[in-house]
Design a protein around this ligand. Structure first.
Ligand code: 4AD
Ligand code: MG
Length: 453
């Protein structure tokens, strides 16, 4: 039976009758024997395999080139080589699929830009293997975090008729051949529909029944921003809590990020070491810092004051009533606070209709968590739970109450204070790995002008 290389390398004693399967990273030939480095993606390390010239299948050795797939039987013995505990002595080798010299991953040290052009092969590189193993583990950690706190996982729809964020950045979904705007009533759903930008509105309905819920699924935004932090398709985690206010929301958001950093340090040490070496020297220290220290909290007004007094030249203006741009967010978290920062109570005009109005009548209970290297990773709020006020908010944002009738109903029947947030999974991964481009933490990036693979 085949054993994954990560388990082979974790052995505590020699083994016989072992079978491994994987892809050849390198082969070196000596007189009478060859060394193969085999990788099966289960861990960063390769298994070194010694193949004597006489063993069955050894005649195929010339075809066991970089990128070829192979099955090897043999035994596990202590390795005389430095830096590795075990190596395998082959008793039989079998070539499964050859790879000729056109295989693009011949040598180490390709740039991330080049590897993006071969997204179908890049998971076979050390760096991308590590990134996508970490992505999988962190997805598991997300579920563990919420499940262990009694949050219920809810699958919210991907096709929707409502623009949660009100930013008009939605992809149209249509079954019509011609212009869907001409006859939306003749379209598949009888009205204009889109790919969701957020599962929040539907999530709120479930929180107002099951108390604490979370979503974790794909979201879509047609914003034409070609930055290293925006993707047109990304995965969002959205918890929503009944009987919760802004304080509780900030507490959960900060605890969540801290737990993810702790999890990465504990369960992804080998991959993190690789990021520390080749991607971002400071990554491990940054994660330790996040685990150990409380986040700074700043009201929006105070954040504006800090930016205005900073003496820094920013590309975008800093003024009460304007959105914080990524350069402002990064100044606050990287230079001023030197810590993750939670900014809260933003002006009403620049935030969506669902946020709760504060007593000052100017601000709403919004909160964004900013982290070094990225800026915003979390956007959230306490929701407006008062019927008259939610109707007023819809009017203020020029939205039609009848389009949101079911959302408004939650305020009509047993309304409760509630709050939640959205965390972009790719931005979290960028923070945890130090990888600086969102295209490199998602298997197949969807960005303006690019839907390859
Ligand atoms: O701040 P946003 O727009 O908030 C919402 O969508 C709320 N409905 C969430 C909620 O309260 N339930 O987005 C939330 C997070 C951002 O902080 C960011 O991490 C990520 O989603 N995000 C993106 N990630 C990658 N590419 C994009 N284009 C993103 N837009 C938002
Ligand atoms: Mg936001």
């Amino acid at each position: 039976m085949r054993i994954l290389i990560k388990h082979v390398l974790a052995a505590t004693e020699p083994k016989t009758a072992l079978t491994v399967k994987g892809w050849v990273r390198t082969r070196r030939d000596s007189k009478g024997f060859s060394f193969l480095e085999l990788n099966d993606g289960s861990c960063l390390a390769n298994l070194q395999i010694v193949v004597d010239a006489g063993v069955p299948g050894a005649d195929q050795l010339p075809h066991l080139t970089t990128g070829a797939s192979a099955v090897i039987d043999g035994s596990l013995v202590p390795s005389p080589a430095q830096g590795q505990k075990w190596e395998m002595r082959a008793s039989r080798v079998e070539l499964i699929g050859p790879a000729d010299t056109t295989y693009p991953l011949q040598k180490k040290g390709h740039t991330q830009e080049f590897l993006r052009t071969i997204a179908h092969l890049r998971p076979r590189s050390n760096l991308f293997g590590a990134i996508f193993r970490m992505r999988s583990r962190l997805a598991f950690a997300v579920h563990q975090f919420f499940q262990s706190r009694d949050f219920v996982y809810v699958h919210t729809p991907i096709i929707t008729a409502s623009d949660c964020e009100g930013a008009g950045e939605m992809f149209r979904v249509t079954a019509l051949k011609g212009n869907p705007d001409e006859k939306p009533e003749a379209d598949f759903f009888g009205k204009p529909t889109y790919l969701t930008v957020s599962g929040q509105l539907e999530g709120e309905t479930f929180a107002c029944a099951l108390s604490n819920i979370y979503t974790f699924g794909p979201t879509f935004r047609a914003e034409n921003s070609n930055t290293a932090r925006h993707a047109a398709e990304f995965w969002m985690i959205e918890p929503e809590m009944a009987f919760c206010d802004l304080q509780g929301d900030m507490d959960l958001g900060e605890e969540f990020i801290r737990e993810m950093a702790r999890y990465a340090l504990e369960h992804c040490a080998e991959d993190l070491a690789l990021f520390g070496k080749f991607v971002d020297k400071g990554v491990q220290d940054r994660l330790k810092f996040v685990v150990e220290r409380p986040f700074v909290r700043l009201p929006y007004t105070e954040a504006i004051g800090i930016l205005q007094k900073s003496g820094k030249k920013f590309e975008f203006p800093v003024e009460y009533g304007l959105n914080l741009q990524s350069e402002h967010e990064r100044f606050l978290t990287e230079e001023h606070c030197k810590s993750p920062v939670t900014v809260y109570n933003y002006p009403r005009e620049i935030k969506p209709f669902y946020m709760r109005a504060n007593d000052d009548a100017k601000t709403v209970t919004a909160m964004d968590v900013l982290v070094p290297g990225i800026g915003e990773v979390i956007g959230g709020a306490q929701r407006e739970e008062r019927l008259d006020q939610v109707l007023e908010n819809l009017k203020f944002h020029k939205l039609k109450p009848e389009d949101y009738w079911w959302y408004v109903d939650l305020r009509r029947y047993g309304t409760v204070p509630h709050a939640g947030f959205g965390l972009g999974f790719e931005r979290l991964l960028m923070f945890l790995t130090g990888v600086s481009n969102i295209r490199d933490v998602i298997p197949f990036a969807r960005t303006p002008g690019n839907a390859d693979f």
